[in-house]
Write a protein that binds this ligand. Structure first.
Ligand SMILES: [Zn+2]
Length: 325
């Protein structure tokens, strides 16, 4: 569905087949030059949906802005960028997107998860089943990097880049102060809580994320344009819910740890998840991965704030509540 959400701004719902997220909101700003914000996975269903929006709007060429490195946001860069297109992203995630096109990134990510207790795969690498790997942008991209405060002019908007690390290390939003409008990628979502997962180049993503929520909370926003789900009417109320969610999660993780040394993988197994599975064994492999990533973020946050201790045993991190030592 193509919906006009503001003057010269259109939202296209791009399906993400067989993915719990169901779809992604790509935004198209029309004008003398056009700007596409996020793309969908590198798969034909996404390409067709986006192509139909371009045809409906009569667009031949566009510049692109990528909010972050996840493949559902950047998978189709290669299909929609033309020779003259400028492709913007933050430097950290831009570099990681290009790194993702090779094997080393996935090997390092797999090793990182194994370090946090994720079982070694019996079929090769864990990341072989990762949707981010299957549907990623597959060739190197010549990005134009934006930094905090850089301003892009499209469709009568002055869009300021706002660095919002957390969901990914180089996540970037675009803000128009006069129009009180924020393209927030996956930084804030309405129907689901953004997944805060460990990544290369960050050790405490939840701390980054909470700081980025505080940063965005200071902006004057009336229109929040999220990358997934239904619109968020009140950004400030939603941010409060997200703070509460993570406080509850942190408390849950400490409860699960009890007085034992546990790995992030073991903690993830005992956390509550909103997923249609009877038990942990039934979780599809990619969901086990995201759940473990979420457990790692919360454990690392607790470790960073001294509430939890960490030790390495046989090359794997184990955590324990500090006050039980
Ligand atoms: Zn994402």
């Amino acid at each position: 569905m193509l919906t006009k959400v503001a003057e010269n701004i259109y939202r296209k719902t791009v399906p993400l087949p067989n993915n719990p997220l169901r779809d992604i909101n790509a935004y198209i700003i029309t004008g003398e030059k056009n700007l596409l914000i996020d793309t969908g996975f590198n798969r034909p269903e996404c390409e067709e949906a986006l192509q139909s929006a371009f045809e409906e709007l009569g667009i031949q060429e566009t510049d692109l802005f990528i909010t972050h490195l996840h493949s559902d946001h950047c998978g189709l860069i290669g299909k929609f960028a033309r020779e003259n297109s400028t492709i913007y992203a933050g430097e950290t995630d831009g570099e990681l997107i290009n790194f993702e096109t090779g094997n080393l990134y996935w090997r390092m990510l797999d090793d990182l998860f194994i370090k946090y207790g994720f079982p070694k795969a019996t079929f090769g690498r864990n990341t072989d089943i990762h949707p981010g790997r299957k549907y990623c942008q597959d060739t190197r991209v010549n990005f134009t990097y934006v930094q905090e405060g850089d301003v892009l002019h499209y469709g009568g908007y002055s869009l300021q880049a706002v660095e919002t690390p957390g969901h990914t290390p180089g996540h970037m939003c675009l803000y128009d102060a006069e129009k009180k409008l924020l393209f927030c990628g996956d930084h804030i979502l309405g129907t689901i809580t953004p997944n805060i997962c460990i990544e290369l180049s960050t050790e405490n993503p939840l701390q980054d994320y909470l700081a980025s929520l505080q940063k965005v909370e200071k902006l004057d926003v009336q229109t929040l344009l999220t990358a997934h789900g239904t619109p968020v009417e009140n950004m400030y109320a939603r941010i409060q819910e997200l703070y509460r969610h993570h406080q509850e999660r942190l408390a849950e993780v400490q409860r699960i740890l009890g007085s034992e040394w546990k790995t992030a993988y073991t903690v993830a197994r005992d956390m509550t998840w909103e997923i249609d599975c009877k038990n942990w064994e039934e979780f599809p492999a990619p969901q086990k991965w995201f759940a473990t990533g979420e457990a790692i973020s919360h454990l690392q946050y607790l470790y960073g704030s001294g509430k939890v201790s960490r030790m390495e045993r046989n090359g794997v991190y184990h955590y324990q509540n500090s006050d039980t030592m």
